[in-house]
Design a protein around this ligand. Sequence first.
Ligand code: ADP
Length: 500
Amino acid sequence: MKDRPPAARAVHRDVRVLFGLAAVIALVVFVIDSLPTLDIAIAVFYVVVVLLVASTGSRRATIAVAWGCIALTLIGFVLSHDVHYTNGALARCGVSLLAIVTTAILSLRNLAATATLHEQVEERKQAEYALERSEAFLLDAQRLSRTGSIATSLPSGVMWWSDEAYRIFDYGRDVVPSIEAILARAHPDDMALVRGAHEQALAGAPLVEVEHRLLMADGSVKNVHYVAHLASPQAGGLEYVGALMDVTETKCAQEALARSTAELAHVTRITMLGELAASIAHEVTQPIAAIVTCGDASLRWLNRPTPDLVEAKQSIAQMIRDAKRASDVIKQIRSMAKKRDPLPAKLDLNEIVVESIELVRRELERHRVEVRIELTSPSPTVSCDRVQLQQVLINLVMNGVQAMADVAGPRRVRIVTRRFDAGNAQVMVQDSGAGISQDNVSRLFNAFFTTKAEGMGMGLSICRSIVEAHGGRIWAESPEEGGAVLQFILPVEEGESHEH
Ligand code: ADP
């Protein structure tokens, strides 16, 4: 009792009053009915008892009271008459019983109808709660994900925006949603994009998607992504239901990530250059030494009593060729050390492979690594940044060299170029080193994954970002014969290939 809320307590009190009243009436009717002097159908008043109990809403109590009233009517009849029943008395009793039964049936039907109505009202309330709840969920989700909703009826152009859409456009609630209001916020350079999307919708495209910038009143710029689909056609028009997402932060994060990857790529390139310094020095010293030798030789040819001009000319031509080679090597080193944005160009894949191997040739010789190069013909053309592609190849080859450092047997690196499929060219770098364990195959390309004491674990991760940025894919395998195969594919530029 104590636990009941005040409203429930009041209802309970009312019910008790009704039951009490019904009991009193039943008693009074019974007492009068039992008197032998009256010739009226007083038992009919039991219907009041039934109605009072039915008004409490209890089905079980109504049925029990109806039976009780029937029993009291019969008992009263027996008590008020001796064994000689008159027809009039029987008829009065019958009328009373009929009245009680009819009232009980009607009350029960009424109760059943009221219960159904209650259920329906309850269901509607539940549905309303559910709707309110999901609206609240949606509101939170929209705020968190910075996604607004936009519904557009066409051709009338009537629009509906959610709260978040208003926030993204930075408009007050007094602004009437319209394509003009959106265009007023669109970045001047992206105006055509927004108009284009609107025209697509007017033409009835099933899906409209556009990514553009907004120029806000305070001069700041937002990036938004809008996707809308054609909902079931409305009478006499189209209705688009769509989402508008504020992707400014995602864009900034992506740009920052690209910037740091580029910076990291630069750092590893410089680190690699440090490691390759010995090899590079050799590359440059060789042609310079050759130039000196050829210079001496041409002087000797010229200092003869009869100068041999033909020989001198040949020596000078050789000097020019060597000087060019030295300057090419220096150019390449400079371009590798330079910090700059990637410059995609149409490149001859085989040529890049040969060039990259030349840059690490000295290292390969130092570690007594046997190199085999198998180039496909015609050479595929790929659209790539030259320095970045070189960086990938040098990285893969140097990793191979390091993996073979502790190998007692022959140290072999095999570099293969081939057509992978109609649209892609493949480069494979195979070594006879320690190989890669099954566990590591999938982790190799993760940033900071390294098994080397002095490793940074960035090499392969950078290789993957470079290859993927060029539309390719890189992966590793550990063949049964031992060693590792690191390979990548790049899309080929169709219709262009170089004969070898
Ligand atoms: P790091 O060379 O600094 O360790 P990488 O990203 O270049 O970073 O390589 C990550 C790891 O992948 C290496 O530590 C090594 O365990 C493994 N790995 C790479 N190339 C090979 C290879 N050719 N054979 C065996 N393991 C390799």
